[in-house]
Design a protein around this ligand. Structure first.
Ligand SMILES: Cc1cc2nc3c(=O)[nH]c(=O)nc-3n(C[C@H](O)[C@H](O)[C@H](O)COP(=O)(O)O)c2cc1C
Length: 247
């Protein structure tokens, strides 16, 4: 079992010591093997303005200090600690950051192959490959992977130990099973899970919007995206896909 704790912006930088301790105490008491993810590169404007989020790639010593603090508070060897970064224009700085993080004891590093300034520019997979070649710990490649085939291509191209996918999986949670589009069963499963857990409506609806992006027309999207209640969503799905939620 993996527990992925995404340390969002507020848990980072100067606030990490204060906020993180109780989270660590909770997870430390759980009887399994867990991964602690330290996400160090949110692009939230306020975080960047305050010098953390993605900006932390420019402060390798602070990243080292954060990793040390996390490792100090979680001594259980079953926990792993990792960082996720973007790259610099000057890749030697990224390699330096990663080597410092490795020396401090991070278990692996995920690299989104874009600089902090880049948004929709192509991902620099060759940079990820160079980073991978410079380290002994596992490196995970991230950025613009939209299908299982692309995941395999990126994995081969970069020589990394794995890939991380965000938007591709939001759009199609069955991507790693080889599906090109979200299968109906997946939508069905999400509705079951969300209803069982009492997922807040906005989250429930938002995930369905992501999942249905590729399989609905613009007109259908306009209607579906404007729905504002769980019952309206269930009616829509029943009418359009013939799913009987009561069975
Ligand atoms: C809804 C959403 C939330 C995200 N939240 C974070 C975050 O908190 N921290 C972070 O480092 N990256 C975050 N990301 C960025 C992704 O982890 C990933 O690096 C980026 O989307 C590129 O990968 P992709 O092309 O597979 O989406 C988020 C992405 C999405 C779509």
């Amino acid at each position: 079992m993996n527990l992925k704790i995404w340390f969002h912006s507020r848990l980072l930088g100067r606030k990490i010591g204060r906020y993180s301790y109780s989270a660590f105490r909770i997870v430390s008491s759980l009887p399994a093997i867990y991964n602690l993810f330290i996400v160090v590169f949110t692009l939230c404007r306020w975080a960047l303005a305050e010098g953390y989020g993605a900006c932390l790639i420019n402060r390798p010593e602070l990243v080292q200090d954060m990793v040390k603090q996390v490792k100090h508070q979680v001594e259980d060897p079953r926990f792993s600690v990792s960082i996720k970064i973007r790259i610099h224009d000057d890749l030697t700085r990224t390699v330096d950051l990663c080597r410092k993080a490795e020396a401090t004891g991070v278990s692996w590093i995920t690299v989104h192959g874009r600089t902090v300034e880049e948004r929709h520019q192509p991902v620099h997979y060759e940079a990820i490959k160079i980073i991978k070649g410079s380290l002994s710990i596992p490196v995970i490649a991230n950025g613009d992977i939209r299908s299982l085939k692309e995941a395999e291509n990126v994995w081969h191209t970069t020589g990394t130990d794995g890939v991380m996918v965000a938007r591709g999986l939001l759009g199609n949670p069955a991507m790693f099973a080889g599906y090109e589009e979200t299968p109906l069963k997946c939508i069905w499963d999400w509705v079951d899970i969300a209803l069982e857990l009492g997922t807040p409506y906005m989250c429930f609806h938002q995930h369905l919007m992501y999942m249905m992006e590729k399989i609905t027309s613009r007109q259908e999207k306009r209607v579906f995206n404007a729905l504002s209640s769980t019952s309206a969503v269930l009616d829509y799905l029943t009418d359009h896909y013939g799913i009987d939620w009561t069975s």
